[in-house]
Design a protein around this ligand. Structure first.
Ligand code: GFB
Length: 313
């Protein structure tokens, strides 16, 4: 078990994942959670990151800081997605090693697996085939982060592990229609259409791709579980985190539509990309250790919609 009274740094505490991690750590009695806003500490600045670790000496680190976004943001800003993520990872991982961090958890993403990986995707499918083009720069950065953790462990004897979450949603998500992920965008599109009495909501792609959705509070619980119960070993330093079930984007849209209470029609804009055809994680590794996701999708969407209404008047 990681010591709840030790200094724990959550990088990216204002994001979807980082904010959920801070909530979870506080619920579990963590008494010295260290955070810095981007204005206080620019993680792409190697010198600033080094000075921060030298001064603060965290014992544990959750590396949840990253440039993230949905399919359109990934396509529009590919250089930012690879460049910023590589810099952030490199700086934090190297400083964590240099200043003797006991254990670090790096957040990967299910898009690191090949576009046509067998489904559900197992950890050993990493680096076995070409990636989905819409998010290749982001995926390459995340793969580099994973390989860097493993390399640090081999060369320096660190205990840097990684969680590979499936598509996430929940309170604190980015509800921007251009840059957000699909679930947050759907909540907003249906909500605004209901408020404005629009007869149709236009969604991207064909609706046929399949995705798996994990509530971020489940992910935060899994991350702490991994920190407590999973160590980097020579053959494996990361595990998938998901629910083990998926649905089509069309089914997701109908679920969100019903929860929001929109009664108009859905139109699919096939000029927008579908992305990878299917992305379902095999979660047996984490299940064997004793962890399973708990929040059912419809319940999680309902709670996220309530959060959206409270926070986006
Ligand atoms: O979450 P998302 O943007 O990204 O979901 P990925 C994209 C799927 O939802 C595509 C459809 O099939 C889209 O065509 N979609 C329908 C929409 N309407 C919308 C909408 O209004 N907004 C959005 N965003 N999508 C991401 C990667 O891939 O997966 C990230 O881009 C990350 O890098 C994440 O890895 C986990 O699931 O395709």
């Amino acid at each position: 078990m990681i010591d709840r009274s030790a200094r724990i740094y959550v990088a990216g505490h204002r994001g979807l994942v980082g904010s959920a991690l801070v909530r979870r750590l506080e619920q579990e009695g963590a008494s010295d959670v260290l955070t810095r806003t981007r204005a206080e500490l620019d993680l792409t600045d190697a010198r600033a990151v080094d000075a921060f670790f030298a001064d603060e000496r965290p014992r544990y680190v959750f590396l949840a800081a990253a440039k993230v976004g949905g399919i359109h943001a990934n396509r529009s800003l590919p250089a930012d997605f690879i460049g910023e993520n590589l810099r952030i990872q490199c700086n934090v991982l190297e400083a964590a090693q240099r200043y003797g961090v006991d254990k670090l958890l790096f957040l990967g993403s299910s898009c690191i697996y090949p576009k046509h990986a067998p489904q559900p995707m197992r950890e050993e499918h990493l680096l076995t085939g070409p990636l989905e083009p819409t998010n290749q720069p982001y995926a390459v950065a995340k793969i580099a982060g994973m390989v860097m953790c493993e390399s640090m462990n081999r060369q320096h004897g660190t205990n840097f592990i990684a969680a590979m979450p499936t598509n996430l949603y929940g309170p604190g998500d980015n509800f921007d229609l251009e840059s957000g992920h699909v679930l947050a965008a759907l909540i907003r599109r249906f909500h605004e259409a209901k408020e404005q009495g629009s007869p149709t909501v236009e969604l991207w792609g064909t609706g046929s791709p399949r995705r798996e959705f994990l509530h971020v509070d489940d992910l935060a619980e899994a991350c702490l579980f991994l920190m407590d119960h999973f160590d980097a070993t020579t053959d494996r330093h990361f595990l998938n985190v998901g629910t083990g079930t998926d649905l089509t984007i069309r089914e997701l849209a109908e679920t969100v539509r019903d929860i929001v209470g929109y009664t108009g029609a859905i139109a699919w804009n096939a000029d927008m990309p579908d992305g990878t055809p299917r992305k379902l994680l095999d979660v047996s590794g984490l299940a064997d250790l004793g962890w399973r996701a708990r929040i059912p999708l419809s319940e999680g969407i309902r709670a996220t919609y309530e959060w959206y209404q409270r926070n986006h008047p």
